[in-house]
Design a protein around this ligand. Structure first.
Ligand code: NAP
Length: 288
């Protein structure tokens, strides 16, 4: 029950009506018996600073941040976590001793996909498909886990080069175009293949990322950040070849679980979060 002492959490974005976070977070908060409520808070693209000030003044305990504010919110923070600073994106804000602290739980969420399966990353070769926002979090997560070398495959050379340059001091990172022979060679040498583009996402489920599946190692691990559908044709083909596959559900639930922990100091029931997520996705899928 919401009372006068219930603490407020939420997610800001534009648009925000499609967000799954209120359903996942409220289920976990309720199960943990915590007196919080989590709301979707639409914020106009030109009103970020005043909205953040207003939420702070109204006593919000913390909030998630989504498109288009993940980078624009950085100057409004009093401090940043290491992950948020490295990838220059904030997806979780904690109000701590009157200060706004920006975190990025996408990195931990991404790595949870490997940890859940007991897959070690140290010393492995990886390829990353795409160079957008999710790729930034994945790239830093891989580098933070002492991966040996990473090749980023892109269709827009300038974006790939900029992403690789941002992390050049952190490890062996390079970007190549999908039509470059070096991309084909990197894919055939990869232990880990991370797919971060929207190719294959609902409703365009037939779209395949530019990877020659036949050239991949038999024991390569393929990770697609997409969670609708639960199995993209990229993962389906990889599974048919006998490769281990990971979809984006764990990342989505785990980034939320990390935010929950930052706000409440408690670990939520992640399995419950995943179950609620799957049920809601199944309902949403029916609408496509
Ligand atoms: P984004 O910032 O728009 O980046 C998309 C990337 O994909 C860009 O590098 C873009 O290339 C590339 N791309 C798009 N269409 C392409 C095409 N037809 N051919 C080749 N490359 C293409 O998007 P994002 O925020 O990173 O999200 C990407 C995906 O990750 C989405 O499917 C999203 O649902 C998923 N995601 C999942 C989670 C999770 O928790 N599981 C979290 C975040 C994101 P250009 O630069 O050339 O445009």
């Amino acid at each position: 029950m919401i009372t006068g002492s219930t603490k407020l959490l939420g997610v800001i974005g534009a648009p925000i009506g499609h967000s799954l976070s209120p359903i996942i977070q409220n289920a976990a908060l309720h199960a943990a018996g915590l007196d919080y409520v989590y709301a979707a808070l639409p914020v106009r693209a030109d009103a970020l600073a005043s909205a953040v000030r207003g939420l702070y003044d109204a006593g919000i305990a913390g909030f998630n941040v989504t498109i288009p504010f993940k980078t624009a919110i950085i100057p409004l923070m009093n401090a940043l976590s290491e992950d948020a600073r490295r990838i220059q994106a904030v997806n979780t804000v904690v109000v701590e001793d009157g200060r706004l602290v920006g975190h990025n739980t996408d990195v931990a969420g991404f790595l949870a996909g490997f940890a859940e399966r007991g897959i070690a990353l140290t010393g492995k070769n990886a390829v990353l498909i795409g160079a957008g926002g999710a790729a930034r979090a994945a790239l830093w997560g891989l580098l933070r886990s002492n991966i040996s070398a990473i090749t980023i495959g892109v269709r827009t050379a300038a974006k790939g080069a900029a992403l690789a340059a941002d992390f050049a001091a952190d490890g062996d990172v390079r970007a190549v175009s999908f039509d470059d022979a070096a991309w084909i060679a990197a894919c055939s040498d990869a232990d880990i293949v991370v797919q971060t583009t929207p190719l294959g996402m609902m409703p365009h489920t037939d779209a395949m990322p530019p990877v020659d599946m036949a050239a991949l190692k038999d024991d390569a691990v393929l990770y697609d950040l997409i969670y609708t559908p639960a199995e993209t044709c990229f993962l389906r083909e990889a599974r048919a070849r006998g490769c281990e596959t990971i979809n984006g559900e764990t990342m989505l639930a785990a980034q939320g679980a990390e935010a929950f922990h930052l706000w409440t100091g408690k670990r939520p029931d992640v399995e419950l979060m995943k179950r609620v997520l799957r049920e809601e996705l199944a309902r949403n899928t029916l609408r496509y």
